[in-house]
Write a protein that binds this ligand. Sequence first.
Ligand code: TYM
Length: 350
Amino acid sequence: QPLVFSGVQPTGNLHLGNYLGAIRKFVALQENNDCIYCVVDLHAITAQLVHDDLRGQIRSIAAAFIASGIDPKKHIVFNQSAVPQHAELAWIFNCVARIGWMNRMTQFKDKAGKDRENASLGLLAYPSLMAADILVYRATHVPVGDDQKQHLELARDIAQKFNIDFQEKIRATGKGVDMVVGEEPIHGYFPLVEPLIDGPAPRVMSLRDGTKKMSKSDPSDLSRINLMDDADEIARKIRKAKTDPEGLPSEAEGLKGRPEADNLVGIYAALADRSKADVLAEFGGQQFSVFKPALADLAVNVLSPISAEMRRLLGDTSHIDAILRDGGERARARAEKVMGDVFDIVGFLR
Ligand code: TYM
């Protein structure tokens, strides 16, 4: 039975990368799957401990989920700290994972910078908590942007080591399932998660530099389109977006070596639910002076209703808070079952 899980950090404003790389996929997946979508507030304090308005940020991500079309009644929307089992399983995973695995994470290296000794222990253990987020529900599929790929590989490594190290215990509790790891049949407890990264915009790039990821932390606001930008801002940022002097190619092959053009075509395709090839069949041979206004219109058409609905939802926080409370209760009930099994497997007294 597939189960979808993903999370978004409540830090800074959501941008087009978060929307296309993650949230838009969350919405599409809810049609045919059981889904759990989490505002990962425990992760938010790893890089920066004290936040001005963490509660407001948490509500704002939840509002973005709902405004984008996630149905919190059919699926689960909640904030991570409401379910203590995430932190509990993360502790066990801290004892499964190796320090060397964490030290190799590129995101840790980027975020910790030069002064690694002075990064928080939480920042180092971040991927272990992320694995726990997913596996505390035994989720199988995780929609994310390309930048999270390495973390999901680590979640597989953790699941695999747990399954192998506890193999006999898992068998004894009768809670496991037969699975194949590589070629080898084992009796494991945690599934090896499948990342869902594909799509026309798995990695949305900065509008100012096609070789850099669009990110919340870029000092230039012109580098990103924020979900809450108004129509004029969106149009202005796309107009100012860096491009090369050529027109658009007629085939996707022609985007090679042209990161800025590739990025804008990918954004168009993702917003329109079309392939890049299909977009180029329409715009191939045209200049950016034609393509950019079309892209701006499309972006405004998709994003404006979402930001308007977010503003409406955030006008009365009691509604969002009720959704999160209800989601938290339902998530906790599921996580408690899994943690019960894990206690039996590890051998803690209940
Ligand atoms: P976060 O909060 O940084 O980003 C949320 C989602 O947005 C995607 N994303 C992008 N996709 C395409 N292009 C971009 N420029 C871009 N920037 C961000 C991210 O890949 C992510 O899917 N560690 C995670 C949160 C997390 C999580 C989890 C995710 C915690 N636990 C469990 C999945 C499962 C993060 O920091 O995402």
